[in-house]
Design a protein around this ligand. Sequence first.
Ligand SMILES: Cc1cc2nc3c(=O)[nH]c(=O)nc-3n(C[C@H](O)[C@H](O)[C@H](O)COP(=O)(O)OP(=O)(O)OC[C@H]3O[C@@H](n4cnc5c(N)ncnc54)[C@H](O)[C@@H]3O)c2cc1C
Length: 187
Amino acid sequence: MPEPTTQKPLPPGMVLGPDGKPCRACASGAMFRNWKPTIATKEQARNQKSQVGTSAVAAVAASSVGPLPPLHNQTNCPPRSEELGRATWTFLHTTAAYYPDRPTPTQRANVLSLIRALPLLYPCSHCADDFGEDVKLNAPDVSGRAGLSRWLCDRHNEVNRKLGKAAFDCSKTDERWKDGPADGSCD
Ligand SMILES: Cc1cc2nc3c(=O)[nH]c(=O)nc-3n(C[C@H](O)[C@H](O)[C@H](O)COP(=O)(O)OP(=O)(O)OC[C@H]3O[C@@H](n4cnc5c(N)ncnc54)[C@H](O)[C@@H]3O)c2cc1C
């Protein structure tokens, strides 16, 4: 295990990546959103400041009132694992939705490369490891649009299951990722 390269204590919810550096994309933003400590005294605020070292904390230290404001407003900030996950699933499901019904050997090879690259490149390292294990057990179906969409839906549902989320109805992948609902509300 590589040594951490930072001397500063990690903010709550932050985790280290495989390189020993803080990895935002590995960390859950929920930890930050749900983190609402009440600062009762300047002393506690000072302690928080020395641990976290943000101007937001400094502002609370000066006033000593109420909970800390968010560390940042989450707009235009580097993604945490949820945001990265949503963006990646959007890309993957949309790619599957537009994959040909009868792909050429080159198209099959390309999509296979994309899937196989994820466990190696996906920046949330524990997500990447889990996904890699799942792909080993469940060979990608790159035979055509329907097969790829179904395979990805099942993989995503596996992650949903691990995270305690409801399963998505895989008969609705086209509606969700290609056609939109029949009522035209996405047109
Ligand atoms: C390859 C990969 C592995 C991941 N592994 C982890 C992990 O190990 N731990 C972790 O905490 N997070 C992991 N994530 C992130 C996680 O899956 C979510 O993206 C993140 O928690 C945000 O969830 P969400 O509820 O906003 O919606 P998401 O799960 O991101 O889903 C986005 C949208 O996709 C649609 N959808 C949901 N399920 C399906 C499905 N089965 N098929 C088609 N469409 C669907 C829904 O409309 C949903 O709103 C991973 C992401 C990816 C891409």
